[in-house]
Design a protein around this ligand. Structure first.
Ligand SMILES: Cc1cc2nc3c(=O)[nH]c(=O)nc-3n(C[C@H](O)[C@H](O)[C@H](O)COP(=O)(O)OP(=O)(O)OC[C@H]3O[C@@H](n4cnc5c(N)ncnc54)[C@H](O)[C@@H]3O)c2cc1C
Length: 351
């Protein structure tokens, strides 16, 4: 079999990159081991323009968001599934001090809105909000629907191999790469956190971090909004919610822990005035680089082999723009942004 691109991994990165390349008319073969707790399979797919405790606007948000929206909407049409929803992020302000800081830092931003008194009152019986709330205009991508739908599409195009990629079967030759009976011009690794064992990119400094989430039911409480305080509630239909998430940089394994469940439940108890039931707990490892920027590009010594990774906490919003830049780089030799280009990790003194 011949393909223009061999792609390892079908998380958000491999999904959006394979989509982008196929839209540009190229053939792909995606090899994926469907790990149930990959980062993309645990994430809620929230797109939030404002991030962190300092309420700063997310990196390159104004350029990245329109492309993300258009890409996911087009994928919806192509695949016949609903995945993209623009949503208000109803942000409950935890103190007078943070209310002032939030208002100052976000003043004048197009995606901010003061909630009406009626809206605050509607949440009155459910949420504890003595310092009020603000509305941030965000979105969600239902990765739990998008990833399987894209996988099915790939299967129908004879473009998916469900397997662990076996590096010992890879041969690099003058035409590109050979993997078993598959010849491809390029091979791109989209392995998420598993990439740290990849010998081609071992000098890239990753700072992986584990995140945990709860799945809960809040009987009788149904809203299309994302609700955010110290934790984030993302609606999953009817009165079910995804509750996330935690961060840990030092962890013995990828399993959910009682400690992080307690942390998330504390956040729930601060936020909710009503009872809830925990129906599940999940954990996954986020693929973050030390400089928190995407990691994109072809290996300087092996130009047939590339990497698309480092999507960190923001894979959903970043993947479409980064995939478009990467595709233009490979296919048209367009330059990558210096702060996403893997060349920043191959700083060499030899020629
Ligand atoms: C708790 C939590 C909450 C999050 N919430 C959000 C959110 O709301 N919004 C947001 O934008 N981001 C969120 N993220 C981050 C987001 O999940 C990541 O940025 C993104 O999913 C990374 O996608 P990826 O494709 O790079 O990696 P992954 O999702 O890890 O996918 C990698 C895929 O490659 C496969 N693979 C790896 N190695 C091999 C191999 N050798 N052979 C075959 N297959 C292989 C894996 O099995 C997997 O299927 C969250 C992450 C966590 C952990």
């Amino acid at each position: 079999m011949n393909a223009d691109f061999l792609i390892v991994g079908q998380g958000t990165a491999g999904t959006v990159l394979s989509y982008t390349l196929m839209q540009a008319g190229h053939s792909v073969l995606v090899i994926d081991d469907p790990k149930p707790n990959s980062s993309s399979r645990v994430a809620a797919g929230v797109i939030n323009p404002v991030s962190g405790r300092r309420f700063t606007v997310a990196w390159q948000y104004d350029e990245i968001y329109p492309l993300a929206r258009d890409t996911y909407r087009h994928m919806e049409q192509l695949l016949g599934v609903e995945v993209f929803t623009e949503r208000d992020i109803y942000t409950v302000l935890p103190s007078e001090q943070l209310r002032t800081a939030f208002m100052e830092r976000t003043q004048g931003l197009a995606y901010m809105e003061e909630p009406s008194d009626r809206r605050i009152a509607e949440y009155g019986q459910w949420l504890d909000q003595p310092f009020g709330a603000a509305i941030v205009k965000g979105a969600t991508v239902r990765l739990s629907a998008l990833l399987p739908a894209w996988r099915q599409y790939l299967i129908e195009k004879n473009s998916l191999l469900e397997a662990v990629f076996d590096l010992s079967r890879l041969i690099i030759n003058e035409k590109g790469v050979q993997y078993g009976d598959v010849s491809a011009r390029y091979l791109v690794f989209c392995e998420g956190a598993a990439t740290t064992t990849n010998p081609w990119f071992k000098n890239i400094p990753f700072l992986l971090n584990k995140g945990e989430v709860l799945q809960i039911r809040i009987p009788g409480f149904s809203t299309p909004d994302i609700i955010k305080r110290s934790i984030t509630l993302v609606p999953q239909g009817e009165d079910n919610y995804w509750v996330g998430s935690t961060f840990a940089w030092d962890y013995p394994d990828e399993a959910p822990t009682a400690e992080k469940r307690a942390f998330l439940e504390e956040g729930l108890q601060q936020l909710l005035k009503v009872p809830y039931q925990v129906t599940g707990q999940l954990a996954a490892v986020r693929p973050s680089g030390t400089d928190r920027r995407p990691i994109v590009g072809m290996h300087p010594d092996h130009p047939a082999i590339g990497i698309f990774n480092g999507l960190g906490t923001k894979g959903t919003s970043l993947a479409p723009a980064m995939a478009a830049q990467f595709a233009a780089h490979i296919l048209e030799n367009a330059p990558l942004q210096p702060d996403t280009d893997i060349k920043r990790f191959f700083n060499r003194t030899r020629g």
